[in-house]
Design a protein around this ligand. Sequence first.
Ligand code: SF4
Length: 206
Amino acid sequence: MTHSQALEAFSRIAAVLRSFAWQRAEAAGLSPTQAQILKRLSARGPSRISVLADDLGVTQPTISDAVAALLRKGHVARAPDPEDGRAVLLHLTQSGAQHAEAARVPAPAMLAALETLPAADRGAMQRGLVGLIRALQEARAIPVQRMCVTCAHFRPHAHDDAARPHHCAFVDAAFGDAALRIDCGDHEDAAREDLAPLWARFSKVA
Ligand code: SF4
């Protein structure tokens, strides 16, 4: 596959995902950014607005407008940051949590398409995508992701089992490439000096 073929494929898939997310957000009376904020708050818990902006890769004015709309709609509320009395955290209300839950449901067409792939292809695809996302993260082209390959609990190729070679020390379980996480709530940053060796151990086996 050439670079341009890969980029064209990503573009087609992104269009499907974007279209579904926009339609769902519109049906819920939300803008796409508002829906993303609710999803992020659900995944990561109460957050400062500046952290949300970095996380979603949007500008301060864009996030401020979206947060103001969510406050008006009653989907989020402000609370003091227990770690800094001058700072404010945004958290989900009950209605916000319900919208976030609905927004996490994947596009049915994409799920159905993924089901058509053999398990080995899904594993290889996830492995490749993790490598791409890591490279984009290293280039600071996307916000930092909570991936297995940057996690202190990740033990790549710890088992002889070809189907489930990796180990998560957090849940003490083996898993395969298809289960590599890209946004894990249990992620813990690996020490900076461990990142390159961790990636080398993960990527040494094709
Ligand atoms: S805690 Fe999450 S990110 Fe870390 S190794 Fe386990 S599954 Fe992967």
